[in-house]
Design a protein around this ligand. Sequence first.
Ligand code: BMX
Ligand code: ZN
Length: 300
Amino acid sequence: MTTCLAVDIGGTKLAAALIEMDSASQPRVMVRHLAETRSSGDPLLLTATLAELLGPLVESANYVAVASTGIIDHGILTTLNPQNLGGLDRFPIHSVIAQITGLPVYLINDAQAAAWAEYLAYEQAFTDLAFITVSTGVGAGLVLNHQLLTGSRGIAGHAGHMLADPNGPLCGCGRRGCVEAIASGRAIAAAGQAVFGDTCSGLQVYQRYLQGDAQAQVIIQRSAGTVAELIANLTITLDLDAIVIGGGVGLAENYIGLVEQALMQMPAFYRPQVLPARCLTDAGLLGVAQWAAAISKEKQ
Ligand code: BMX
Ligand code: ZN
């Protein structure tokens, strides 16, 4: 039995958990702590928050596994969309966490980790699967031929930055019209603010949509329609068996239904099975813990 200290660094929330892994690398979440990622644009503040969060859990752990929003390139957290992390960029995450914990550290992108968790949670039933999280940003991870694809620079799977509309809003990554700039929680909030006023949040837009507000409906349907186009593009490129959808927006009431409605307008080749995430908010934590367990075994 080994114990993994798993960490999930998201655009809005930080989570840490102690996860016991049995000899078959089956995870059991023992303790879970949460903090806000707010103001993480300041690297010292993020370091201090991580130290506070991880400090009390370190003693019981054998290794640390970190799933983080952003591109994890050779131990450096590089943001593709710095707006999602309060402007933070090029954060030396590997060395910061190694210093805090004194333990071996394994790192991947959050959506890559969640893709692995969902692939395992669906009992490895799909040879080729994509996971899409519609949350602060739009993240994605690919499991192809039963292998998680991370890429030599950690970029693989960043499908939230594929083109959705050449005349769409400017994305925080610098490109115009990315899926993320139209479909994400931040994009929904921005579209909502233009209609309902400056203080409108993404959640409020969603609540208005559920209450039948016509303008909110346009915003949410545009988000879901854009995700459906992304699913179609990935499916026709990669011959996917299934797409798993997660994230705060992705799992909101009726969102997957809207995505499916938009997909039904397309020819059959573009439509994989669309499934809800099984691991819910623990996907990043579980996925990175299980991926790190497999990697560390390979190294032995
Ligand atoms: C962004 C990008 C991805 C991430 C995705 C979802 C940054 C900081 N993040 O596209 O790496 O996977 O958001 O992230 O550039 P979340 O924070 O919404 O879960
Ligand atoms: Zn982008």
